[in-house]
Structure formats: structure tokens, C-alpha cells
Design a protein around this ligand. Structure first.
Ligand code: GUN
Length: 283
């Protein structure tokens, strides 16, 4: 069994990103990221702080637009339009979830597809489906980088994605399909989860449920990617996979923490640099 070390790979990518930003700055280009953070969800605040810190370390300019929970949809849309038109901003990210009174789809659709470093705009979603170069959501993109780093070729593999969210499961499914894996996608209404997971050569889980995947649900020699981040009653951070019992059966597995998590932010930096390059027509 080999551990897929996302922490190490993310550090490597972040170093490369810092070098790329330095080279862009020599050409007079400073990549810029704008984040919209609404309300006081503690997890969202933590994630945004991590994103700000990562930008700072990489040399990317970042600005966070913090707004109260009761902000109007109109004000949010106004801020997004302002950033769409700001030449110093290459990437725009709306931290999710948004408060209940806000139409999330309407807000995400307002982000210019050229600045949509989260890959949530319908234009980017459609391009991903068509396998056209586009902005791909950071977490599933990070999974692909991690597989590539360990020379894992998914072509022809039986893959199973558990969790069908717009942010993780669905884009993950398309990335795998674009590489010619055979993809099964499971969700809350799947009748017999084990029947699907236990035939997978590559099992990718992003649900947010501690110990959802137990040893009996995993094929011997499978590659297991755990995207879940859960806090146990003892305050420990764990994934969706019962790591201790599943790991011995795997050929490769990601730990939590230190697996997919650190890759997400590294991909945000990559996407922001990609946008800056595209917008300034440099390669
Ligand atoms: N909330 C949870 N994950 C994400 C993410 O990847 N991007 C954004 N914008 N919000 C999130």
C-alpha cells in the first residue's frame, strides 16, 4: 500500500506557482484573486483565511469582500460585476455555502467565465463535459494531479465516484470519463452502495460522512481517494473512509488530513495564474 501524499505534492505545486508569479511580475503582471465571503460560517472563514495566506505566500494579490449574512442579492451581484470589470482581478471566487435567501445559481452565473477560477459557471461546466480546456473545480482537479503524480493511468479502470455534488462528484465524474475510465456515480438515492464501491478499481469518495466506506465495501488492491473532511466527536479530522481498516487492502490511498485537502488550494493558485496568463496573452 502506498500513500498518495497530497501535502508534499501541494507544497511542490505552490513552490512552482510562486516561481511562475515571480516571472509574471517581471513582465509587469500581478495575478489577482477576489473572494466574496458572506456571513459568519466558521468553516468558510477558515477556508478563506487559508486561501488568502496561500495567495500571499505565492505573490498573488488577493482581496476579500466580506459581507453580512443579511446582505441583499443585489449587493452581491453588484460586487461581482465590479470585479468582472476590474482589470487587476483575474480570479473571482464566491465562497459557498451562501445564506438561504440568496439564489446561489444566480450569483455563480454572474461571475465572468473568464475569471471563474472555481469552475462553477455553466460555460466552464459545459466545456468540462465537452473536454474543452476550461476552469475545472479545484478539488477534483487536485485529485487528477495527485493521480498523475503517481503515474496512475485511469484509462479503462472501473471507477466509482461516491457523492454527486456540483463542486466535487459531478466534475470528478467528467474528468475521469474524459480520460476514458468507466465511471459509476453514486449518491444519496443509490440503492446498494456496496454493490458499486466493491467493484471499483478506483474509488473516490466525497460525501462528508465519517466511516461511510468500510473495509467490506472496497475491492482488494483498489486505489482509494478520500475527499471527505469530518470532525469526530473527539475533535479529530477524518475523511469518509475508515482509513485504518481500508488502507491495508489498497494499492494506493489518500490520508485525511494531508491527502486531497491541500491540493484544493494549490489548484486555486494554479487556476488564478492560468487566468492571469490567458487574460494577458502570455504562455
Ligand atoms: N465551499 C466548499 N468548497 C468550496 C470550494 O471549492 N469553492 C468555494 N467557492 N466554496 C466552497
Amino acid at each position: 500500500m502506498q500513500i498518495l501524499d497530497g501535502k508534499a505534492l501541494a507544497a511542490k505545486i505552490r513552490k512552482k506557482a510562486a516561481d511562475e508569479v515571480a516571472a509574471l511580475k517581471n513582465k509587469g503582471i500581478t495575478p489577482g484573486l477576489a473572494v466574496v465571503l458572506i456571513g459568519d460560517n466558521p468553516a468558510s472563514h477558515t477556508y478563506v483565511k487559508m486561501k488568502e495566506k496561500a495567495c500571499e505566500e505565492t505573490g498573488i494579490y488577493s482581496i476579500v469582500h466580506k459581507m453580512p449574512d443579511d446582505i441583499s442579492e443585489e449587493k452581491i451581484l453588484e460586487t461581482i460585476h465590479m470585479m468582472n470589470n476590474n482589470p487587476n482581478i483575474d480570479g473571482i471566487l464566491v465562497q459557498l455555502p451562501l445564506p438561504g435567501h440568496i439564489d446561489t445559481r444566480k450569483v455563480l452565473d454572474a461571475v465572468s467565465p473568464q475569471k471563474d477560477v472555481d469552475g462553477f459557471h455553466p460555460t466552464n461546466v459545459g466545456e468540462l463535459v465537452l473536454d474543452i480546456d476550461c476552469f475545472v473545480p479545484c478539488t477534483p482537479l487536485g485529485v487528477m494531479h495527485l493521480l498523475d503524480e503517481y503515474d496512475i493511468n485511469v484509462k479503462g479502470l472501473d471507477a466509482c465516484v461516491v457523492g454527486a455534488s456540483n463542486i466535487v462528484g459531478k466534475p470528478m465524474m467528467h474528468l475521469l470519463l474524459n480520460r476514458f475510465a468507466t465511471v459509476d456515480i453514486c449518491h444519496i438515492h443509490t440503492k446498494n452502495l456496496k454493490a458499486h464501491t466493491s467493484r471499483a478499481d478506483l474509488l473516490i469518495v466525497g460525501v462528508g460522512k465519517e466511516k461511510l466506506i468500510t473495509e467490506d465495501m472496497v475491492k482488494e488492491g483498489a486505489i482509494v481517494i478520500d475527499i471527505g473532511i469530518n470532525k469526530t466527536s473527539e475533535g479529530q479530522i477524518v475523511g469518509d473512509v475508515d482509513y485504518e481498516n481500508v488502507a491495508p487492502k489498497c494499492s494506493y490511498i489518500t490520508p485525511v488530513p494531508g491527502g486531497v485537502g491541500p491540493m484544493t488550494i494549490a489548484m486555486l493558485l494554479e487556476n488564478t495564474i492560468k487566468s492571469a496568463k490567458a487574460r494577458h496573452h502570455v504562455s
